[in-house]
Design a protein around this ligand. Sequence first.
Ligand SMILES: *[C@@H]1O[C@H](CO)[C@@H](O)[C@H](O)[C@H]1NC(C)=O
Ligand SMILES: *[C@@H]1O[C@H](CO)[C@@H](O)[C@H](O)[C@H]1NC(C)=O
Ligand SMILES: *[C@@H]1O[C@H](CO)[C@@H](O)[C@H](O)[C@H]1NC(C)=O
Ligand SMILES: *[C@@H]1O[C@H](CO)[C@@H](O)[C@H](O)[C@H]1NC(C)=O
Ligand SMILES: *[C@@H]1O[C@H](CO)[C@@H](O)[C@H](O)[C@H]1NC(C)=O
Length: 529
Amino acid sequence: MAAVGRLPGAAAALLLALLCLAGTSAATNVTYDHRALVIDGVRRVLVSGSIHYPRSTPDMWPGLMQKAKDGGLDMVETYVFWDAHEPVRGQYDFEGRNDLVRFVKAAADAGLYVHLRIGPYVCAEWNYGGFPLWLHFIPGIKFRTDNEPFKTEMQRFTEKVVATMKGAGLYASQGGPIILSQIENEYGNIDASYGAPGKSYIRWAAGMAVALDTGVPWVMCQQADAPAPLINTCNGFYCDQFTPSLPSSPKLWTENWSGWFLSFGGAVPYRPTEDLAFAVARFYQRGGTLQNYYMYHGGTNFGRSSGGPFISTSYDYDAPIDEYGLVRQPKWGHLRDVHKAIKMCEPALIATDPSYMSLGQNAEAHVYKTGSLCAAFLANIDNQSDKTVTFNGKAYKLPAWSVSILPDCTNVVLNTAQINSQVASTQMRNLGFSTQASDGSSVEAELASSTWSYAVEPVGITKENAMTKPGLMEQINTTADASDFLWYSTSIVVAAGEPYLNGSQSNLLVNSLGHVLQVFINGKFAGNV
Ligand SMILES: *[C@@H]1O[C@H](CO)[C@@H](O)[C@H](O)[C@H]1NC(C)=O
Ligand SMILES: *[C@@H]1O[C@H](CO)[C@@H](O)[C@H](O)[C@H]1NC(C)=O
Ligand SMILES: *[C@@H]1O[C@H](CO)[C@@H](O)[C@H](O)[C@H]1NC(C)=O
Ligand SMILES: *[C@@H]1O[C@H](CO)[C@@H](O)[C@H](O)[C@H]1NC(C)=O
Ligand SMILES: *[C@@H]1O[C@H](CO)[C@@H](O)[C@H](O)[C@H]1NC(C)=O
């Protein structure tokens, strides 16, 4: 202020005016029509990718956002993790890896939009689907249905998130990056089992969300009966055949599975780059205008945050950016090239609907043509044979299971099966840390001498916590989520002369939803599964 005071009057006024301008970003108007999201009056073709903030560290966020931007993304999609933000009822945590405001700002700093998927049930291979433990113990509560105690808590948390975002000015209507928001999550996959209360719950959730007045559209994914103005969106490996249930809704793909999650004991997931690129191109070919990679960066399930049977601590997902934040080639580079080719078609894609043209068996074209604009996608959907097709009197060679993109209806700028981006030869090196000790104590010594830390979780059958009860226990009620392990033990006495013990080939058959089985015969370990 002192410095301003020494300036001549006119200059001071100008400087103040500039300061004011920098302080208020312009609002962005986000709506939609049957083709696309409409941003400031213009339909947009958008590419999005999921990055979940608690699955990386805040110092990684700017780098991840920049790699997403450089990879041709327009938008980052994240769930909001209720249990992380409200571990104790009414006590909120928005710090460190839970600093959602900082994460959204990091996206904005890289020039990316944000799709905020509040849920607050999120699934996400996350502990208890994101529900905090205390929710389980609210008297009379029934999750995800027309139940007053549940709706009260869901609304309170949703309002808290929206207020936090509004407080930081992060909605597009306030000049921020959030252009889209989701309520509930894949409820349409299970709502039949809830009957009429499930239907009224969805109507309530939609109304509750819209009343929060964020100024940006809301979606429900996998919810065919999502009430207007909510948009029903698709999740899956392929969504090109998806049609929104309301004719006024655009075709949006909220989860394109870039790979799959890893479970302990399972194979390391791998989705070929060519197949992913094919599915992406097919989606835009057949009228889609927003596609999201689930995941673009999968990251790490820290602590006990992973949920579901045997989900590993790595949530790498075979994503275009690997668990460590490094680009995965050729996936990242080839998809960047695919995004560039699709963006070259954007003027035609937003101007009109596609018209379909057969190019022979298992080959088809979709053409976006109006006035002087023309873009075309030529697809060979035969997964075995290459083809040569004729389009507009010209011959085009299409490898099996591929799409060629022609932003001018004549020249192919990219075929999804032909990878031109550089193939990196990343080599992982062991930095000298070893756990190959034969006994427990030396492993501990090694861990203590490094910068690694570890947690001990009691595993096994202990006498101290043992109890006897006929039948199965309710897991959360019994463990209070302090452990993932709940061991049942039972014994049966097999009388001599039982026919099934005859011979050496006897098999023990156990029908079980449990994950691990240990068998002892006469006190001697006999095997496990
Ligand atoms: C926002 O955009 C829609 C559609 O383009 C338009 O009808 C509406 O008037 C706009 N609203 C504002 C506040 O500019
Ligand atoms: C979805 O992603 C998969 C793999 O990530 C890809 O093979 C597929 O082509 C994608 N589909 C669309 C329509 O984007
Ligand atoms: C290839 O296509 C055929 C015919 O549509 C289908 O039955 C088969 O499962 C496909 N194979 C693969 C590997 O996708
Ligand atoms: C589990 O339920 C029983 C009976 O409803 C209750 O007494 C007990 O406190 C519950 N356990 C926990 C960890 O809350
Ligand atoms: C056991 O198997 C033998 C022949 O394999 C048979 O003779 C005998 O009767 C069987 N015993 C019982 C109890 O089923």
